[in-house]
Design a binder for this molecule. Sequence first.
Ligand code: GLU
Ligand code: ZN
Length: 472
Amino acid sequence: MASPQAGAAAPVTPTTRFAPSPTGELHLGNARTALFNWLLARGRSGRFLLRIEDTDATRSRTEFATRILDDLRWLGLDWDGDIVVQSARGADYATALAKLEAAGRAYPCYCTPLEIEVSRRSQLAAGRPPRYAGTCRELDAQQRAARLAEGRQPTLRFRVPDRGRVAFTDLVHGDQVFECADIGDFVLRRADGSAAFFFSNVLDDADSGVTVVLRGEDHLSNTPRQLLIAEALGLRAPAYGHLSLITGADGSPLSKRLGAKTLRELRETGYLPIALVNHLYRLGHSGEAEGLQDLDALARSFDTTRLVRSPARFDPAQLESWQKAAVQALTPAAALEWLRPALPAGLDPAAAQGFVDVIRHNLMLPAEVAAWSAVVFGELPPPAPAEAALLAEAGPAFFGAAADALRAHGADWKAVTAAVAAATGRKGPALFKPLRLALTGQLQGPELAPLIVLITPARAIARLERLSSRAP
Ligand code: GLU
Ligand code: ZN
């Protein structure tokens, strides 16, 4: 038989798609798959389609589909045309399956799951890779009727050619060759009548005109089967590129902490979509794009020839540094939106914006707002020992002078510090460190000049007086 063959180069104007199974939340891995397909399409004026692969009724849930769409929108990945939902395509699958069966390319298999399992174990025990044994391959009409009469619900299996090979060029992994003799006859339609993944996936790609499929490496070994189905149906198969795994920084599976979080969890923690997108872009895609880029710029530089074969290592520090860059890039209004859920209740809009403007450059995540809310609107926690020592070293007279300076100059921070310097002879860090510590409880943070306006001179004076010899 002729070898199905897929080309090596992504078409000039590609139609790509993302085809999630709604059996759970999006993680970094599937978000990256969606992103890369989107970038490839958008960078070359192509189309990006969306398909929900929910033929497995036991594992699929509508809520997950809804949440996946919501996550994609949040990332900024829009799609073209209508969403294809596989559970609504049963009639089309049935027609195509009947065609394969009529042409002798598929046949009903009456083996029970138990019989299949027993066969699998005995092959494994004999040291052979387990494959369907071909039990039902050559049944005649009478034998089939007898099995039906026993109440067996048949699956439909693809008849893999006995000889020949399936060759294709993977966009990431290069030339691939699979011997047909190594591929067992596989299930196209489950016993409950639903189409199996290999089948619905390949039929839908062809029906939607998908020309390039970027997907996880775990699907590489499915590809020869899918190419055989496409060939049997006379369909044009897409070019496939299988994306390398994402592993932890040490090469282990992505199972711990930040890397294993769902997109939703990262979003709820306050990670910004553009930070995630910039990080994902660099997981398994080598390139020159430097600095935080928007989606359109990433689409222009995305190139399937830059996809790397080796596993992509997820490093939380990288994500955090993209997050910091993304926070810096927010407009004042967007920064306010981002931090709104973390702001103290009851702030009027102007006060909220003023607060956000002052603190935002010192934040990576909204959870860090609480400490600055205490600094500006509440009470400082008692100093830690090292900080208490620093305050003691500056001494009560220093803080008394600072309180006086604030009383004289209000929120005019320049005048205040000049007055404290003149009164105490301190300058540089010896002046600013204890002041900052006394006023904010921290050694680092936003610029003091705007911060002191928010804290208000009155509250600042109270903090200083507590450390001065005049304290009650
Ligand atoms: N539903 C499949 C998955 O989520 C799609 C595989 C593919 O992209 O072809 O793994
Ligand atoms: Zn069988």
